[in-house]
Design a protein around this ligand. Structure first.
Ligand code: C2E
Ligand code: MG
Ligand code: MG
Ligand code: MG
Length: 272
């Protein structure tokens, strides 16, 4: 039975997903070449004010435009880069390109870039960030670095020092995918962050009494800590309405805009 299910699962793949499916084994050497050849570039997804539609920030998301396979998802190649020691080079490239592009946007639009915990192994990330900030001339407060709770898996004094060094440059530190990892609440006491992003998995479960209670609690927590809150993964108006009526001001998701090479930088037309 399992065998026939497996077969039909393969047959069910839609053509637009075929490229990703084919690329399920990303070769490290191929990835190294792609990084060198500049095939991996950021696209940007808006984080907007849920009441006015104003774009507050654009999150950089890495995309690999492979010459034969087409678009390869970061879920496929980021882990390979992390394992193969390519993540520093890749991360630096994405950061550099993202800040370069952000310098062309209106001054009030910020840029967020994802950081892999592995980029904190060498200890060189804060210096790389400082160099790119000075080369692009971007105001540090326009830049946010998104970390996930995975950062706490190998948490050390060096990691703590680097996170502190990032914030001391005036760059925002944002805890991404909040609520999906472990020990998140305890670590909030140890590190200072400027914002949290509630993971999309919570929003996806609305309406649900427990999940709604959790989201409200996180909202209260960020208000008490005086830090920003962003809801990830807004896909429909029911979710948007729920967030608005529960006092959540900022969000990101396909309803507001998909990641794009040429993203909106002004106001998004929100459905009423
Ligand atoms: P993330 O940082 O949590 O980024 C949000 C992901 O959710 C993105 O997937 C985005 O396209 C997707 N998304 C946004 N809105 C919606 C929605 O309404 N519905 C659904 N179903 N999905 C939505 P993407 O671009 O595939 O990236 C996946 C993850 O890969 C990111 O999650 C991040 O952890 C990692 N990643 C992406 N770019 C980079 C990068 O440059 N460096 C590092 N270290 N990691 C990256
Ligand atoms: Mg992110
Ligand atoms: Mg996220
Ligand atoms: Mg996520």
């Amino acid at each position: 039975k399992a065998k026939s299910e497996g077969k039909s699962a393969v047959r069910c793949f839609r053509p637009e997903f075929e490229a990703e499916y084919n690329a399920r084994f990303v070769e490290e050497s191929e990835l190294a070449r792609a990084i060198e050849d500049g095939e991996i570039r950021p696209v940007f997804q808006p984080i907007a004010d849920l009441f006015t539609g104003q774009v507050m920030c654009l999150e950089a998301l890495a995309r690999w435009q492979h010459p034969e396979l087409g678009m390869v998802s970061p879920a496929k190649f980021i882990p390979v880069a992390e394992r193969g020691g390519l993540i520093d080079r890749l991360g630096e490239q994405i950061l550099e390109e993202s800040l370069r592009q952000a310098a062309e946007w209106p001054d009030e639009v910020q840029v967020n870039v994802n950081l892999s915990p592995k980029q904190l192994v060498s200890g060189r990330f804060p210096a790389t960030l400082a160099r790119i900030l000075s080369e692009t001339g971007l105001r540090p407060s326009r830049v946010g670095i998104e970390i996930t709770e995975n950062i706490f898996v190998d948490f050390s004094q060096s990691v703590l020092d680097q996170l502190t060094a990032i914030r001391e440059q005036g760059v925002r530190l944002v805890l991404d995918d909040f609520g999906t990892g472990y020990s998140s609440l305890g670590y909030l006491q140890k590190i200072n962050v400027d914002g949290l992003k509630i993971d999309a998995s919570f929003l996806r479960q609305i309406p649900d009494r427990k999940v709604e209670a959790i989201i409200r609690t996180i909202t209260q927590l960020t208000a008490d800590l005086n830090i920003h809150l962003v809801a990830e993964g807004i896909e429909n108006t029911m979710q948007l309405d729920w967030l608005r009526s529960n006092g959540i001001h900022f969000g990101q998701g396909f309803l507001l805009g998909r990641p794009k090479a040429d993203p909106p930088t002004q106001r998004i037309d929100l459905l009423p």
